[in-house]
Write a protein that binds this ligand. Structure first.
Ligand code: FAD
Length: 390
C-alpha cells in the first residue's frame, strides 16, 4: 500500500491537518487511527475552552487566528463568547495580568481589559472577592465544542478525498538515509515519504522509532462535573485563579445537548501538581474532595453543589518542557510534528493545521511565523515562557 501524505492520529489535530492539506489541493491524504472511532484520545475529554489571553506572542497569535476561524467557519462548532476572567490575589499577579493585557492589545486582541474587584464581583457574583486584587477579562474568549470541530475538519477533508483507516495502529516509522520510507502498522506496511505525527500524548514512543527524542509527556488532568441546587448566574464565564490555577465554568454536554438546559451544571478543576507522567485516564474520586476544598473559600456556591460522578472525567495533557506546541519538521526528511499542545490543542487546531499544510507544501508557514515552535528549539536552548498554564 502507498500514500503521499500519512497523518498518524485522527483527533482534532490530525483532522485539521487533513482539512488544510486537502484545502490546498493535496489528493492522497490518509489518516491512520488506532481506535474504531475518532475522538477517543484527548479531544474527547477536552472541555472546549478557547482564549486569546496568553502571555507569549505565538500563543496569542495562534489564538487570534483560530478564534477568527471558529467564528467564520461553515460548520457550527458552538462557539460561545462567554469570556475568560483571570483574577489575582496579590499585586505581583495583578501586575502580570496588566502587562499581559497591554501586550495582547498591542497584538490586536479586542475586548480584553483590566478589571478591578468591583467589576469582577459583577462579572462573577458567586466569587469570594475579599482577597482579590484585580484581574483581566477577555470578552471574546469562551467555549467551543471539541468534537464538532474535529468532525467539521474530518467531514470537509473526506469530501475533498482524504481517507481515514480505523483500527490501524501505527507501530513504527521506517526511515532510510535520513528520510521517511514507510509506516509499519498492525495491518501491514504503507509506503510514504511524508508523515505527520498527530498522536497527542502518545507521540514520544512513535517518534523514537524514527530515532527522534520528542519531549512530549502525558499528564493526567481531571475535571469535576457537578449540579447546583439553583441556577448558575446568567452569562457565567470561565473563571480562573491565576495563582493556583483553580477554575470553573458552566458545563456543556457535547454528547447530550439537551442536558443542562436548566443551567445548573458546572465544571471545576485545578492543575494538580502531584500528577505524575502517566497514561492513566481513570478518574480518581479523591480529586473531588481536593477540588471542593479549594471551592469552599473561593466560591461557596460551588461547595454546595453535588458531583455527578458519571460525568467527572480524566484525560491526558501532552506537555512539553516549555508548555508550547512542537510544529514542523525535524532531522528526518518527511517527518513532521503537530504535538505538545500542553492543553491547548483544540483551541489552536485551526492555526496548527494551516501551519503544517504550509510547512509541508511550501517549506514554511507564511500566514504566521511559527518557527519559534520548531523541534530544534530544544537543542538550541530557545525555550519559550508561558506561565498562564492551566
Ligand atoms: C481534561 C482536559 C481538558 C482539556 N480542555 C481543553 C480546552 O478547554 N481547550 C483546549 O484547547 N484543549 C483542551 N485540552 C487539550 C486538548 O484535549 C488536546 O490538546 C487536544 O485534544 C490534542 O488533540 P490531538 O488530536 O493532538 O490528540 P488526541 O485527541 O489525543 O488524538 C490523538 C489520536 O491519535 C491516536 N493514536 C495514538 N497513537 C496511535 C498510533 N500508534 N497509531 C494510530 N493512532 C494513534 C489516538 O487514538 C487519538 O485518537 C484538554 C485536555 C484534557 C485532558
Amino acid at each position: 500500500m502507498k500514500a503521499e501524505f500519512v497523518i498518524i492520529g485522527g483527533g482534532v489535530v490530525g483532522a485539521s491537518v487533513a482539512y488544510h492539506l486537502t484545502e490546498r489541493g493535496a489528493k492522497d491524504v490518509l489518516i491512520l487511527e488506532r481506535e474504531a472511532a475518532q475522538g477517543s484520545g484527548s479531544t474527547g475529554k477536552a472541555t472546549g475552552g478557547v482564549r486569546a489571553q496568553f502571555e507569549t506572542e505565538i500563543n496569542i497569535k495562534m489564538s487570534l487566528y483560530s478564534l477568527d476561524f471558529f467564528k467564520r467557519w461553515e460548520f457550527d462548532c458552538c462557539y460561545e463568547p462567554r469570556g475568560y476572567l483571570f483574577f489575582a490575589t496579590d499585586d505581583r499577579q495583578f501586575e502580570y495580568l496588566k502587562r499581559n493585557v497591554e501586550f495582547q492589545k498591542s497584538l490586536g486582541v479586542k475586548d480584553v481589559e483590566v478589571v478591578d474587584k468591583k467589576a469582577i464581583a459583577e462579572i462573577c457574583p458567586i466569587l469570594n472577592c475579599a482577597d482579590i486584587t484585580g484581574g483581566s477579562f477577555g470578552a471574546n474568549d469562551g467555549f467551543i465544542n471539541p468534537l464538532a470541530v474535529m468532525r467539521g475538519f474530518s467531514a470537509k477533508a473526506s469530501e475533498r478525498g482524504a481517507k481515514i483507516d480505523f483500527e490501524t495502529h501505527v507501530l513504527a516509522i521506517e526511515t532510510a538515509n535520513g528520510k521517511v520510507k514507510a509506516i509499519e502498522t498492525n495491518k501491514g506496511r504503507i509506503e510514504c515519504e511524508k508523515v505527520v505525527l498527530a498522536t497527542g500524548a502518545w507521540a514520544k514512543e512513535l517518534a523514537k522509532t524514527a530515532g527522534i527524542d520528542l519531549p512530549v509527556e502525558p499528564q493526567k488532568r481531571q475535571i469535576v462535573w457537578a449540579k447546583a441546587a439553583q441556577t448558575l448566574p446568567e452569562n457565567l464565564p470561565m473563571v480562573i485563579d491565576i495563582g493556583s490555577g483553580f477554575h470553573f465554568r458552566p458545563a456543556r454536554d457535547f454528547v447530550d445537548s439537551t442536558a443542562n438546559a436548566d443551567n445548573t451544571e458546572v465544571l471545576f478543576a485545578y492543575p494538580d501538581p502531584h500528577e505524575k507522567i502517566s497514561f492513566d485516564v481513570n478518574f480518581d474520586e479523591s480529586f473531588i474532595e481536593k477540588v471542593y476544598e479549594k471551592a469552599k473559600h473561593r466560591a461557596p456556591f460551588l461547595f454546595e453543589t453535588t458531583p455527578i460522578l458519571a460525568k467527572c472525567r480524566a484525560g491526558l495533557y501532552e506537555n512539553t518542557p516549555d508548555h508550547h506546541a512542537i510544529l514542523g519538521g525535524c532531522g528526518v526528511d518527511g517527518l513532521y510534528f503537530a504535538n505538545g499542545f500542553s492543553g491547548h490543542g483544540v483551541m489552536h487546531s485551526p492555526a496548527t493545521g494551516r501551519a503544517l499544510s504550509e510547512i509541508i507544501l511550501d517549506g514554511k508557514a507564511t500566514f504566521l511565523d511559527v518557527s519559534c515552535l520548531s523541534f530544534e528549539r530544544f537543542a538550541k536552548g530557545e525555550l519559550l515562557h508561558e506561565t498562564a498554564f492551566i
